[in-house]
Design a protein around this ligand. Structure first.
Ligand code: IVH
Length: 649
């Protein structure tokens, strides 16, 4: 960073936040540490808590895997400078504020829902054809999206008026978003990615819509006149009502009530002076026009179903009830669970399983179960045994305790740590894992994959960027080699060597179906390990099945690299039946020794291993012919092969 953060102005901080946000999320080339970025964000938050740059990060970090993938398809931005800046709106949150704002304005007002989408500008030229479209960007400069905007059916390509600029909101209708809601955090993020696609046809496939709210380039008397012109030219215009100053609050409340009837997300009501001359008189500050205001809806709440109550155990032994709810989007994040704090509070709320509950992110951050809206009818049993270690529990005052706190949680946390280490995921150290476990967010390895940024934010010292990074790190580990997957399960004896051999079987199903006999036939495994492996896989069956919902096991094609070992860089093929082990296991040993299992006999083949069990056939004949022709191929007996690997025949 060039300058001391504390000395930076708000707009400098905003510019830095946006820059590093883009470098991290879009270009995948961060140049400052997460710690520095978090400090930057905090400094901006202190100076300007409602900065738009902050909500932009918020939306970035909520990008799920699907969104991150989609953002790779966004095009190189061509900058477009706005002739007249696209300012943001000043906000207000209560009746007093809105009356204060209105007291400085003469005449009547108009009200429209504030659509939570992406602002764009669309220009029509001398003959009324659409000539350029751009995103809002930072208000002064946006990205060019002309061909993409033409893919939106509700945007006219030609109008009957000349040289105009139409501004409005591109959004994804909620009815369209439904099919994406599992993969994408919210319709705004999806619309923002969809409008910037490299291939305009792709933009078209997202079925975005456009609602106009402003017209520049034509002299009009009132806002309502502008909207009339827009409508006559084929635009869909945001719903607009004329409002007297006495009715501002009542109008806000009416819009709020109808909020969920719209096929788009809204986050408030925009009030504007209706008379353009009055707008011109009031003019703008550097950030927002004085003649308009966004009266924002309060911290978003949502109703959802309480599906279960889980109990999470802290190292102190306190067992906390955690509400597991059907995922609900609250102020841009997916919420799936919320602490119920303790048995006393849970009882006071009167929570039952199956309840319809009202949830809210208090202070806009932490999700709470606010109240039960409709009874579920299934009481929540208080566990008699600790869910972590099985020791008896004890209810003292409002708190439930495990009576064996010392050894209880440690092994669970160790299991989670082992998993994270083996899949090679960064960012989850012991302390963080312990917190996740104690808060009930991750109680088994599979639950790392269901973590949401909303969950992570509930941990202490968790910033937006860090939460985003952790989710990304986990998402990057959804594709595992069979070997790593097996090692991650924490089965005794399934370490580096055994997992490599088992990895050679190619699929988890096959590995799980192996019998003790089959395994013990493998030379370096033997009966004791075989028993542990089979028993371990059986014990972990449920976990394996759960993990397979989130993880894909990669089929690895071993890269040809010169490794150390007796078969370094060599191609080896087997023929006839091997006596000492199965063919797959022998191939795994070759790979471990730096070689590669060949697919057939060719002049490239270094070794043909002939099994002692007989049945060598045509491969042997072919290899002999190559040798006779002066080829490099060598023939090894099974015994010679084992010897080369230092294994006793
Ligand atoms: S009027 C100064 N009307 O809100 C801009 N804006 O925070 C005045 N928005 O970037 C625009 N719905 O994208 C207006 N009915 C509406 C709106 C609306 C959403 C957005 C707009 C702007 C942002 C300002």
């Amino acid at each position: 960073m060039k300058k001391d953060m504390e000395k930076m102005t708000v707009s400098e901080l905003e510019a830095e936040v946006r820059l590093h946000n883009r470098l991290y999320f879009v270009e995948h080339k961060p140049v400052i540490s997460d710690y520095e970025f978090d400090k930057l964000v905090e400094t901006l938050r202190k100076k300007k808590p409602d900065s738009k740059a902050l909500t932009e990060i918020f939306s970035d970090f909520e990008r799920s895997k699907g969104q991150l993938e989609m953002w790779k398809e966004t095009k190189e931005a061509i900058a477009v400078t706005h002739d007249i800046p696209m300012l943001s709106l000043d906000k207000c949150y209560d009746e007093k504020d809105v009356i204060d704002w209105a007291s400085k304005i003469k005449g009547d007002f108009i009200a429209s829902p504030k659509i939570d989408g992406c602002a764009v500008s669309i220009k029509y030229g001398r003959d009324g054809s659409l000539v350029q479209a751009a995103t809002r960007g930072d208000g002064f400069e946006g990205d060019e999206i002309t061909e993409n905007i033409k893919q939106i059916r509700t945007v006219p390509h030609k109008v009957s008026v000349k040289n105009i600029e139409v501004r409005g909101e591109v959004y994804m209708p909620l009815s369209v978003f439904k099919q994406y809601e599992k993969e994408f955090a919210n319709p705004r993020n999806l619309a923002a990615g969809a409008i910037k696609q490299k291939d305009p046809q792709k933009t078209g496939e997202y079925h975005l819509s456009f609602l106009a709210y402003d017209l520049l380039g034509i002299d009009c008397i009132t806002e309502l006149d502008k909207r009339g012109i827009l409508e006559r030219n084929g635009f869909h215009v945001v719903e607009t009502e004329k409002v007297d100053r006495e009715k501002l609050q009542a109008t806000f409340e009416r819009f709020l009530e109808r909020r969920y009837k719209n096929d788009f997300e809204t986050d408030g009501v925009v009030f504007k002076a209706n008379v353009i001359a009055e707008q011109e008189r009031l003019a703008s500050t550097a950030h927002h026009p004085r003649y308009a205001v966004a009266y924002k809806y309060q911290g978003e709440s949502g109703k959802t179903k309480l599906v279960d109550v889980e109990w999470s155990v802290a190292r102190t032994g306190v067992i906390t009830p955690v509400a597991i709810v059907k995922p609900v989007a609250l102020s841009g994040v997916q919420v799936t669970r919320a602490s119920l704090h303790n048995v006393g509070i849970m009882r006071k709320l009167g929570v039952e399983i199956g309840d319809k509950v009202l949830m809210m992110r208090r202070g806009g951050v932490i999700p709470y179960v606010e109240e039960v809206v409709q009874r579920g009818g299934k009481p929540v049993p208080i566990p008699k045994k600790c869910p972590s270690c099985g020791a008896p529990t004890e209810l003292k005052d409002d708190f439930l305790y495990c009576t064996n706190p010392k050894s209880c949680v440690a092994s669970k946390i160790a299991e989670l740590e082992h998993f994270i280490k083996e899949i090679g995921c960064d960012g989850f150290g012991e302390k963080r894992i312990a917190k996740l476990y104690e808060n009930g967010f991750v109680t088994d390895p599979a639950e790392f994959y269901t973590l949401t940024a909303g969950d992570l934010l509930q941990l202490e010292r968790m910033g937006d960027t860090l939460a985003a990074k952790l989710i990304k790190n986990i998402n990057d580990k959804r594709d595992l080699s069979l070997e790593a997957f097996l090692r991650s399960l924490g089965i005794r004896e399934v370490g580096k060597h055994v997992s490599k051999i088992l990895g050679g079987y190619g699929g988890i199903k096959k590995v799980m179906s192996l019998t003790e006999e089959e395994l013990s036939e493998i030379h370096t495994i033997g009966p004791v390990i075989a028993r542990e492996v089979v028993a371990g896989l059986k014990e972990k069956r449920r976990l394996i099945e759960k993990l397979l919902k989130y993880v894909k096991i990669r089929k690895v094609k071993v890269e040809i690299e010169i490794k150390e070992g007796p078969f370094a860089g060599k191609k080896v093929l087997f023929t006839g039946s091997l006596v000492a082990m199965e063919r797959k296991a022998a191939q795994a040993l070759v790979e471990e020794a730096g070689g590669e299992a060949a697919e057939g006999v060719s002049r490239e083949l270094d070794y043909l291993v002939v099994g002692d069990g007989g049945g060598a056939g045509s491969k042997l004949a072919k290899a002999k012919k190559i040798i006779a022709d002066g080829g490099k191929t060598k023939i090894l007996t099974e015994k010679e092969f084992l010897k080369m690997l230092d294994l006793r025949p």
